[in-house]
Design a protein around this ligand. Structure first.
Ligand SMILES: NC(=O)c1ccc[n+]([C@@H]2O[C@H](COP(=O)([O-])OP(=O)(O)OC[C@H]3O[C@@H](n4cnc5c(N)ncnc54)[C@H](OP(=O)(O)O)[C@@H]3O)[C@@H](O)[C@H]2O)c1
Length: 280
């Protein structure tokens, strides 16, 4: 029986992946910040652990315990993450650092703790959940995109570094998926009412409310593929939006891409310019 270790399994893509792997008769070690939210997975047969990925000490402790208990981990799924939205001017350094502590340093800490165990087992897989925001940025989503661009850079380096140990590293790059992600984005959104970006932020909030072209099951299936294919791909995109964005980035000259991004957000970006003009 193969074993997968999952972070952020309390909801969304992490929870759906845990269910799929349980259905496929894998041993699932599901971790999350809130043990109560892991109860359902426990009932379904998962081993569950409380784990906040920003706590490096707890990560190391858990992996040491698992190792000492003789648990053989085959796949690590770095899924925990959230979106800190708001403009570059208005998001504080402390919020931006918090975003990186979860999406980037948390993921790196889990990799650091897991790699020796995978290496001693003769290999394994690491699957990092990035995003379409890992290959494109957007107004109001710069810090989230920066964190996911970092996940891409780290995943590529890691794949090359650990190939010699039989460790295969893949990334999942979903476009918009219906989960609790949008609610978290909206509750964390930096929104300086009556500020110069308020209309952009309002538009962002509106668009995240109708967020979600894909489903968690689409993601879970791609994750299962990355875990089981003999030669897993480096990247698995999910949703047609992700494919379209990737295509446009490669097909369009950068200035043309700028034009389309600004056009997409133009009602929001124009409001301040207009207000300023009429005030003068
Ligand atoms: N939904 C999308 O459209 C989309 C698109 C591209 C990429 N993604 C990525 O997919 C991953 C999963 O997100 P989701 O869509 O499934 O959203 P979700 O339902 O909000 O799930 C996020 C999960 O991450 C956990 N988490 C957040 N911070 C954590 C921390 N410090 N330590 C441990 N767990 C933490 C959450 O735990 P709590 O329950 O404790 O909050 C939750 O289990 C994220 O990395 C996200 O960036 C999502």
């Amino acid at each position: 029986m193969k074993t997968i270790f999952i972070t952020g399994a309390t909801s969304g893509i992490g929870e759906a992946s845990a269910k799929l792997f349980l259905n496929k008769n894998w041993k699932v070690i599901a971790s999350g910040r809130n043990q109560e939210k892991l109860e359902l997975l426990k009932e379904l047969g998962a081993e569950t652990y409380r784990l906040d990925v920003t706590n490096e000490q707890d990560i190391n402790k858990l992996f040491t315990e698992l190792n000492e208990a003789g648990t053989k981990i085959d796949v690590v799924l770095n899924n925990a993450g959230y979106g800190q939205f708001g403009t570059i001017e208005e998001v504080s350094d402390s919020l931006a650092k918090k975003q990186f502590e979860t999406n980037v340093f948390g993921l790196a800490s889990v990799c650091r703790a897991a790699i020796p165990i995978l290496r001693n087992n003769g290999g394994g897989r690491i699957i990092n959940v990035s995003s379409a925001a890992g290959f494109v940025s957007m107004p109001g989503g710069g810090w989230y995109a920066a964190s996911k661009h970092s996940v891409k850079a780290l995943s590529d380096a890691l794949r090359w570094e650990t190939k010699q140990f039989g460790i295969k590293v893949s990334m999942i790059e979903p476009g918009p998926i219906k989960t609790g992600f949008a609610d978290t984005v909206n509750s964390n959104m930096v929104n300086n009412e009556n500020g110069v970006y308020s209309s952009l932020v309002k538009d962002l909030t509106k668009s995240t409310l109708s967020f979600g072209g894909g489903t968690v099951n689409h993601c879970a299936k791609k994750i299962y593929r990355a875990a089981t294919r003999r030669c897993p791909k480096n990247r698995y995109m999910v949703t047609k939006e992700a494919y379209l964005i990737k295509f446009l980035i490669h097909a369009l000259p950068p200035k043309v891409l700028d034009y389309f991004v600004i056009k997409m957000f133009i009602p929001a970006l124009k409001v301040y310019a207009k207000t300023k003009k009429s005030a003068n």
